[in-house]
Design a protein around this ligand. Structure first.
Ligand SMILES: [Zn+2]
Length: 672
């Protein structure tokens, strides 16, 4: 029988034939794909012809076609809908794929060809995009250790292989912890909880196979529970379970894993000649140095902390008025903050949600993309990998642009959080290949699914990443879509969140799911006015996480990361009722792979730009200004990594931004 992963995909838009793919097809498909890629790489390295751009870089771009295709499907499924078989295969693949990539970057004949092209680049007549791709290939090889020899090269390969295994273990431990814990609620424990939360808690109970409602550590359940439950002891129990993920002294404990990862990262940086892992990691980013990162974070930290301490005093007074001696604890913050929001802004999250149904907010995100970029979205009736996943064809002026998949509901087989990934990236080399882009979220399933305003922001955020992939218009897959510096990649996503704040968007789309009535004008006004509400808290929990991440990678690796974490927080004067947004034992951004290691600050770095970029629309008095939107598409959304991010941003905006727009957007300017 032919393996559906390896056959030609004769499906609409060459989508993966999900209905035909079985878990047991993946391992043999990866074997074939790896063998093919190895043969193609060897043919390039051993080509007797002198190196030129086509026989080296173009050829490298096309060498891993089958591997890209199989990985694109597998890693999406493994994240969004894992099974025991998929998890076992992930563990098995991590060292194999790491070994393959080390083989490529250690291939001396191949590196010699790239180096020869680089040295003679001025005479090659390259397009600007080709010159950039060549520069980035060479940089990737050098940073992977292509210039190391003998024992050092072998050690680096071993370190990277071990790190790949540890990163997979870390993520799987977090998933196991999240699956393993839930708290059953008795009927009297439902007192004070809004209907949407009771509904989600009952649905979660059904998924866990118990009769009554349950709270899990899924953000869409635990956060509203902490906001609304008046039962302090239950809030404490749920909160402590949530923040203890990965630190329970069981088989899923991540503290030792984190320590080993930090040790090996430091060794990797030293082998490559860098003073620290942070120096190594930040070199190709916009920030460039640990000092630049610290400078930005500390400029935001002081006003954010001042604001949070002010707010803590108000909340603690409310706690005392309830007859509780205090002090205000972390499991109290959201509850009193929600009550304060209702009192001061008269904004009740539960009253808001019926206007924010998932379907209405999907229509809103599509409508904004239509007004800005003339994109149209048509539902596709094609087999998906899970019944909850939905697909749309994206077109412009009748021309195919991409396929967009939305997979929105929380389930036990999905890792937590929200993300965007491309099952296939856009590129023109070797044929006009269009993107297949997936947005995955963890909204509590309901009938209908009603979002919080935060959930709606997440939806817009991930869709901003999706636009970066779908509107990509480059020749080389290496720099396509979101293949940009880590501290630039959140610009399109965070920028897109701003359109949710444009009053006419919610005026049009926020309609009561039962009556179809638009959101009352005063409710909308209060919602938008409350935009900066509790930003002291949000900024403190974020910046603390980013500074701990930086401290882990800046100097010598800490023997005990938990102790280091405690020292950093103490040194910062962390407010006692706020903890890190992600504590070390479940800080997947930093430890589940090294994508965001010494890179968690990136969200804030990008926010400096997104606040300033949206101001470009405000300055011309039209949030859908076609000329500004066209510049945004031309210089940022379609450009991928074809130029350094500073150059792209400056072409869009005419200059680089300062930190003021960010502080203003978070309502922290007065505290600065
Ligand atoms: Zn993002």
């Amino acid at each position: 029988m032919t393996n559906p992963l390896l056959s030609v995909w004769d499906t609409p838009f060459a989508l993966p034939p999900f209905a035909a793919i079985r878990d047991e097809d993946f391992a043999p498909a990866f074997d074939v794909a790896l063998a093919e890629a190895r043969a193609a790489i060897a043919a390039i390295a051993d080509n007797p012809a002198a190196p030129d751009f086509a026989n080296t870089i173009d050829a490298l771009e096309l060498a891993e076609g089958t591997l890209d295709r199989v990985s694109g499907v597998f890693y999406n499924l493994a994240g969004a809908d894992s099974t025991d078989a998929r998890e076992a295969l992930m563990r098995d693949l991590a060292p194999k794929l790491s070994a393959f990539s080390s083989e490529v970057t250690n291939n001396k004949a191949l590196f010699a060809r790239i180096e020869a092209l680089w040295q003679g680049r001025d005479a090659l007549g390259l397009t600007p995009e080709q010159a950039r791709v060549l520069e980035l290939y060479r940089q990737m090889f050098v940073r992977s250790g292509a210039r190391l020899e003998g024992a050092e090269a072998a050690r680096l390969t071993a370190v990277k292989a071990r790190l790949a295994v540890l990163g997979t273990d870390f993520g799987q431990n977090v998933l196991a912890e999240e699956r393993g814990w839930f708290m059953e609620l008795a009927e009297e424990d439902l007192q004070g909880l809004p209907d949407f939360l009771v509904g989600s808690a009952r649905a979660a109970g059904v998924e866990k196979g118990v009769a009554g409602p349950v709270i899990t550590t899924s953000r869409s359940l635990i956060v509203p529970f902490l906001q609304f439950s008046p039962r302090r002891a239950l809030r404490e129990k749920a909160y402590e379970a949530w923040v203890a993920r990965g630190a329970n002294g069981n088989a899923n404990d991540n503290r030792g894993v984190a320590a080993e990862i930090l040790r090996l990262r430091e060794e990797r940086a030293h082998l490559l000649g860098y003073a620290s892992f942070a120096d190594f990691k930040l070199e190709p980013e916009m920030a460039k140095t640990p000092a630049a990162v610290r400078d930005l974070l500390m400029r935001v930290w002081a006003p954010a902390r001042a604001k949070a301490l002010e707010d803590a005093a108000v909340l603690e007074a409310m706690l005392r008025a309830d007859g509780i001696a205090g002090p205000l604890e972390p499991w109290d913050w959201r509850y009193y903050s929600e009550r304060r929001r209702r009192a001061e802004h008269d904004l009740d999250e539960a009253a808001l949600k019926p206007y924010l149904s998932l379907d209405a907010m999907i229509a809103a995100q599509f409508d904004c993309a239509n007004r800005l970029f003339r994109l149209d979205f048509t539902p596709l009736d094609v087999p998906m990998y899970h019944p909850d996943a939905r697909a749309w064809e994206v077109t412009r002026d009748g021309e195919h642009v991409a396929v967009f998949i939305g997979d929105y509901f929380a389930r036990g087989s999905k890792r937590s959080g929200a993300w965007c990934s491309a099952m296939r990236s856009q590129r023109k080399l070797g044929g006009d290949q269009r993107a297949i882009v997936v947005n995955v979220c963890n909204f509590a399933k309901g009938d209908p699914c009603l979002l919080s305003y935060d959930d709606a922001r997440t939806l817009f955020h991930e869709f901003g990443h999706a636009l970066h992939q779908m509107l990509s218009d480059v020749t080389y897959g290496f720099i396509s879509g979101t293949s940009v510096a880590r501290d630039f990649v959140e610009l399109p996503s965070q920028l897109y969140e701003h359109w949710l704040e444009v009053p006419q968007v919610l005026e049009t789309h926020a309609r009561h799911w039962q009556t179809g009535e638009p959101m009352p004008a005063d409710m909308l006004k209060r919602l938008l006015d409350a935009g900066t509400y509790d930003q002291g808290f949000a900024t403190v929990e974020f910046v603390a996480s980013a500074l701990v991440d930086l401290a882990f990678h800046e100097g010598a690796a800490p023997a005990d990361p938990m102790q280091k974490q405690a020292e950093v927080l103490e040194g910062l004067g962390m407010p006692r009722a706020i903890r890190m947004r992600h504590a070390t034992p479940h800080f997947a951004h930093v430890f589940s792979g090294d994508g965001y290691s010494s890179g968690y600050y990136s969200y804030m770095w990008s926010e400096v730009m997104d606040a300033d970029a949206f101001a470009a629309f405000e300055e011309v008095g039209n949030p859908f200004d076609p000329e500004t939107a066209a510049r945004l598409e031309r210089f940022i959304l379609s450009a991928g990594g074809s130029e350094p991010p500073e150059a792209l941003y400056t072409q869009f905006r005419g200059r680089m931004p300062g930190v003021e727009a960010l502080l203003k957007g978070r309502g922290l300017l007065d505290a600065a």
